[in-house]
Design a protein around this ligand. Structure first.
Ligand code: SF4
Length: 285
């Protein structure tokens, strides 16, 4: 008799920073009638749509902001000049920046105050990285070991990392930098929730024949989990909701691991688990 197993990672649902930002957005909208923000609160369409119903509005163009409504600064931080400008223009700002992102800002500034040029290991153009860059005088952003190979290093450097990077990738980049630079101070600013999720996803990849990563393809941390998992278990698939599940994926596997990105709500992961259960039941009957 065929036995099947579904293993859901312990850390699912929003990370602490996203939970906090969503709560602040909901509370602000309830208190003031609505709240606006520049860009999505998280990279997850389902969450953004649900929040819209609670009058949490996304504005893409700063010219279209409404000065009579509170304006929320999102979890991954805001470019300092933008923040200052909005403040000067008299906007009522509500700061939902994750405390762990603020910690990266502080660490980066500290390194700069030690006389070091700061290297940010992170995704070029990502909001969080732009926010860190904007607080520094002359930072350099590096995304891959290849990019580090091409750079020449002359003086003292300090390194911080975007909160959702993978420690393996960071290790490879650091190896290259360390060979080229004599005086390097590395501060590992990958946040605790990310480290935990990445550790668990590796275990899922080792323990299961198929792994599902639930999250939006516009979410960098979801895609990173997908890649980490795929490096160990090629049979890893990213889906946004249970509607994308295909019966044939489960015909020949007996164990399925499920994890999700930091901006994927827990109920979406639960719905995926339930649908997988149903598919297995239909295949076993
Ligand atoms: S991933 Fe980490 S740093 Fe980013 S919002 Fe979540 S808890 Fe904060």
């Amino acid at each position: 008799m065929r036995k099947v197993r579904i293993e859901v990672a312990k850390s699912i649902g929003f990370c602490s920073g996203v939970t906090r930002a969503v709560k602040i957005a909901e509370e602000t909208a309830a208190r003031y009638g609505s709240v606006q923000m520049l860009g999505d609160i998280v990279h997850n369409k389902i969450v953004v749509e649900k929040l819209k119903e609670q009058h949490v509005e996304v504005v893409d163009d700063p010219q279209k902001l409404d000065r009579s409504k509170p304006l929320l600064l999102r979890a991954h931080g805001t470019i300092l000049e933008v923040e200052n400008q909005l403040r000067q223009q008299g906007y009522f700002l509500i700061d939902a920046t994750c405390p762990l992102v603020k910690e990266i800002h502080r660490e980066a500034i500290k390194l700069e105050n030690e006389g070091r040029r700061v290297i940010i290991i992170g995704d070029h153009g990502h909001d969080e990285v732009l926010g860190i860059e904007s607080r520094l005088k002359n930072p350099v952003v590096i995304y891959t070991a290849d990019e580090a190979e091409k750079l020449s290093f002359e003086k003292q450097y300090g390194v911080v990392v975007q909160s959702t990077q993978s420690i393996q990738d960071v290790g490879k980049i650091l190896e290259v930098i360390a060979q080229k630079c004599d005086d390097l101070h590395f501060v590992n600013t990958i946040c605790g929730p990310t480290r935990m999720r990445q550790k668990q996803v590796k275990e899922l990849a080792l323990n299961n024949q198929l792994v599902l990563i639930v999250g939006s393809s516009s979410s960098a941390n979801t895609l990173r989990l997908l890649r980490i998992c795929k490096d160990i278990n090629f049979n890893t698939i990213q889906i946004e909701t249970e509607k994308e599940l295909q019966k044939q994926w489960f015909e020949t596997v007996n164990s399925v691991g499920i994890s999700g990105g930091a901006s994927t709500p827990e109920y979406v992961v639960d719905a995926v688990k339930k649908s997988v259960q149903k598919i297995f039941e239909s295949l076993l009957n």
